[in-house]
Design a binder for this molecule. Structure first.
Ligand code: SF4
Length: 347
């Protein structure tokens, strides 16, 4: 009854997305990874760009990682792009270039977890594996009235079992797409459209007026605040850029050289720090724009940008620093904060 109603709803209301109705696991993989934690409207142009540039897994595997990271700019979570590049090479080496479609084989590829493996195997070969993303958790917890927190390990176990029980084993691919679209369009996180819902007569949350209380989530740990001061230093039409290491966020991506401080310092306070004094001698410094807050999964980044008008004031050099032509910075793979800054400020 549940599955039948969902499939009927999907026939009438399902989204007509460019990667739908395809069985090619490469296309499904590309779209699924791009769309993880990205809205469809934002992710779709990325999908088209990637697919046009790399229409096959072998072209994706052969591409330079820096090119993939550059094309990924704006999507965030760069580890996903790195994992994709690695997984493409695994497909070439271990599967002779044929993208696997079996759930168990898919899990062996870097960056493919249970959700993506279930999506690819069910869409590409109708393997009966239930997908479990935020939409599915929400629909199931409301429809069945389950109060176990969805971000707890007990919740994950319980919902995985239930999702697989509810799965339409004859049409797992369509069913999975149907329940995800249903969560995205009808049983939305806020203001779900219960009045027109085909499931409302049997929906526990609706019948008990508990829709707003579900799904239950445990509160996350407080995020750490970090304060970064970026310096734009230019000479001879070149801009000094720094490439990050691998021990912190934004591994291997480019940004302007920066000093991190423990608190939110004003410019006069920054000038007094030991780091700043070790870096610069008599700089002419101008702040560009206000402080920008950038939220990562466990960190709030507060970034300020400054222009150093006299580049000779810089006293030090670092092995991770290099000057690049200022009009060529779009060729570098930068993290989202720098990418957004450059989009709204001309250097
Ligand atoms: S009745 Fe409301 S809460 Fe229940 S499944 Fe439908 S949209 Fe979701």
């Amino acid at each position: 009854m549940f599955a039948e109603s969902l499939l009927k709803w999907f026939e009438r209301h399902g989204r007509d997305l460019p990667w739908r109705k395809v069985k090619d696991p490469y296309i499904i993989w590309l779209s699924e990874i791009i769309l993880q934690q990205t809205r469809v409207a934002q992710g779709t142009p990325y999908f088209h760009r990637f697919y046009e540039e790399f229409p096959t897994i072998s072209l994706f595997a052969k591409a330079d990682l820096s090119e993939i990271l550059r094309m990924w700019q704006g999507l965030g979570y760069y580890s996903r792009a790195r994992n994709m590049h690695y997984a493409a090479q695994q497909v070439m080496e271990k599967y002779a270039g044929v993208f696997p479609t079996e759930y168990k084989e898919l899990l062996k590829l870097k960056g493919i977890g249970e959700y993506t493996a279930a999506a690819i195997s069910s869409f590409a070969r109708n393997e009966p594996r239930a997908v479990l993303d935020g939409n599915v958790y929400r629909v199931l917890s409301r429809y069945l009235g389950i109060y176990t927190p969805i971000n707890s390990s007990a919740g994950k176990r319980e919902f995985t079992e239930i999702a697989n029980k509810m799965l339409d084993k004859k049409h797992p691919g369509d069913y999975n797409q149907a329940i995800m679209d249903f969560g995205a369009l009808q049983c939305k996180p806020r203001n779900p459209d219960c009045e027109t819902c085909v499931l409302k007569l049997n929906c526990a949350a609706y019948q008990n007026s508990r829709v707003e209380d579900l799904p239950v989530k445990l509160k996350k740990k407080a995020s750490k605040n970090r304060y970064l001061h970026y310096f734009i230093i230019q000479k001879a039409q070149k801009t000094l850029m720094s490439r990050r290491g691998t021990n912190d966020v934004w591994a291997k991506l480019y940004e302007f050289p920066h000093i991190e401080t423990k608190g939110d310092l004003s410019l006069p306070e920054l000038l007094e720090t030991a780091d700043f004094q070790a870096w610069f001698s008599n700089p002419t410094i101008v702040q560009i724009g206000p402080c920008i807050k950038h939220i990562l999964s466990h960190q709030n980044i507060y970034a300020k940008f400054y222009r150093i008008e006299n580049p000779e004031a810089l006293k030090i050099e670092k092995s991770t620093w290099n000057y690049f032509m200022s009009d060529n910075l779009d060729k570098l793979a930068k993290h989202k904060l720098i990418f957004s800054f450059l989009e709204s400020n001309s250097l």
